[in-house]
Design a protein around this ligand. Structure first.
Ligand code: FEO
Length: 388
């Protein structure tokens, strides 16, 4: 369980350690948190709610935090169901509570919930509006597409807290091992990665605002070295590599393409290149493979030909990269084909739809298995990857 932000800004979120897939596709072996907060002042504001899976524990904590009082406002920074399941619960338990959102918030709310009186209890805010709770004051900053169109963030000026919606969130329950960056990066590229320009726009709007605490909807409350988290979001949203490293991904049917990928790693290391990682697309976590591609300076795609096209695990991977706006990288290509190699042609066609991708020469074609006659071509590709 997380700590409160202050004596008057209380944490009422929940850990979810039994979830098999977040958003129906992302592995979360260390669970996830759904964060929600209550600001206690002359007026009381509840900041978002949680997923329906944890609605009862959330409501119990809310009632304890209220200590017999009633919430004046429920602020909705993001309508996605992992945060909005408490809306109907609040409307039933506390019908006088005003639901605070922007115009788009209420459009989506009416799509998600079949309730009659949303218009009666809605409190519509727009860019720069301030909501005074007494000592605490919330200013709303629109953040469309970080990660849905209705997303906004709220800055509380007394405590200098930024309620950042999905931004700066991470996978992992509150007691998950490891630091912030790895699972925050996997979260960022897979959840928000497509919308780098929108993240950049939000960072510009927040520039100059003094923030001492970031309170996201997932992951830990961030209190120290705020500049570090902002710097990482700036880097990630500009699609820049984080390390001068090479990621070799492979999709192999019988192990022969995998062998070439491993051999390329050996050659690169023999030539003095550190930081060369391998990823088996038939077995490894797809979301991690996407994260690692963005993290690395260069990418190698090694795949078998299949049905006059591309072995599906590699096709899925490239589809994921395209959908997350993968761009501005050097890419090496290795194909395997036993009678009519078609993988390289298909991979190049998919890469052509991505921005700023440079395919390195030579393309390496293996016929069935890696042999001594293939060494020169693989050495040449290694040289091209190192020279960049
Ligand atoms: Fe955590 Fe976009 O919802």
């Amino acid at each position: 369980m997380q700590q409160n932000i202050s004596d008057s800004i209380l944490y009422i979120g929940a850990d979810d350690k039994d979830l098999d897939l977040f958003e129906g596709q992302y592995l979360v072996p260390e669970g996830v948190t759904y964060n929600s907060y209550v600001i206690i002042d002359e007026k009381i504001a509840v900041m978002d709610s949680v997923d329906d899976r944890k609605i009862d524990v959330w409501f119990e904590q809310l009632q304890a935090a209220l200590a017999g009082r009633k919430p004046d406002y429920l602020v909705i920074t993001h309508m996605e169901p992992d945060h909005s399941s408490g809306i109907e619960k609040i409307m039933k338990a506390y019908p006088e509570t005003k639901i605070v959102g922007n115009a788009k918030t209420f459009t989506i709310m009416k799509q998600l919930f079949e309730v009659d009186n949303i218009d009666d209890c809605s409190y519509v805010v727009k860019e720069g509006d301030e909501l005074s709770l007494g000592e605490h004051k919330l200013t709303f900053v629109m953040a469309p597409m970080v990660h849905w169109p209705e997303v906004m963030v709220a800055y509380e000026s007394t405590s200098k807290t930024l309620f950042s919606a999905d931004g700066f969130g991470k996978f992992g329950a509150s007691d998950a091992p490891g630091g912030w960056a790895c699972e925050a990066r996997r979260y960022y590229y897979n959840i928000v990665g497509k919308y780098g320009a929108n993240v950049q726009a939000l960072l510009k709007k927040l520039d100059g605002i003094e923030v001492s605490t970031i309170a996201p909807l997932h992951g830990p409350i961030l209190r120290e070295d705020i500049g570090y988290y902002v710097k990482m979001y700036d880097l990630w949203s500009r699609y820049q590599a984080e390390e001068d490293s090479i990621l070799i991904t492979y999709a192999s049917i019988h192990g022969n393409t995998a062998k070439v990928a491993h051999e390329l790693q050996v050659i690169l290391k023999a030539k003095g290149k550190e930081n060369v990682e391998l990823c088996d697309l038939t077995r490894d976590d797809m979301a991690q493979a996407v994260e690692d591609a963005f993290y690395s300076e260069s990418l190698v795609l090694a795949a078998a030909s299949y049905d006059a096209g591309l072995f599906p695990p590699m096709e899925h991977y490239l589809h994921h990269l395209k959908s997350k706006n993968f761009q501005n990288r050097k890419v090496g290509i290795i194909e395997n084909g036993s009678w009519a190699p078609s993988a390289a042609r298909t991979m190049k066609g998919m890469l052509e739809t991505m921005k700023g991708i440079t395919v390195l020469e030579p393309t390496v074609t293996i016929r069935s298995s890696y042999k001594s006659t293939d060494v020169a071509a693989l050495e040449a590709l290694a040289d091209a990857l190192i020279a960049k």
